[in-house]
Design a protein around this ligand. Structure first.
Ligand code: FES
Length: 83
């Protein structure tokens, strides 16, 4: 199980955290990985200036936008799961 936390603190919220969550949700649905990937919101991850901030299996990834989600998903989820 891979865990993806998307910061929904006020700064990341303003920078579009909701759209990032939606983009991850779409990837999970499109690849039928709902049982392999746990997507959740997180409180401020301490990198507000560089948001949207996410954490995948404990590793911070900064400056995430919806357009970057598919590449991140490929590298950090699909490649790791070997699908
Ligand atoms: S609000 Fe997202 S890192 Fe602080």
């Amino acid at each position: 199980m891979i865990s993806i936390e998307v910061c929904v603190g006020s700064s990341c919220h303003l920078k579009g955290a909701h759209d990032v969550i939606e983009a991850f949700n779409n990837e999970i649905k499109n690849h039928a990985l709902k049982d392999e990937v746990f997507l959740t919101g997180a409180f401020c991850l301490g990198q507000c200036l560089n948001g949207v901030t996410i954490k995948i299996d404990g590793e911070l990834i900064l400056d995430v936008t919806p357009t970057k989600v598919s590449e991140i998903f490929q590298n950090r989820v699909l490649d790791v799961l070997g699908v």
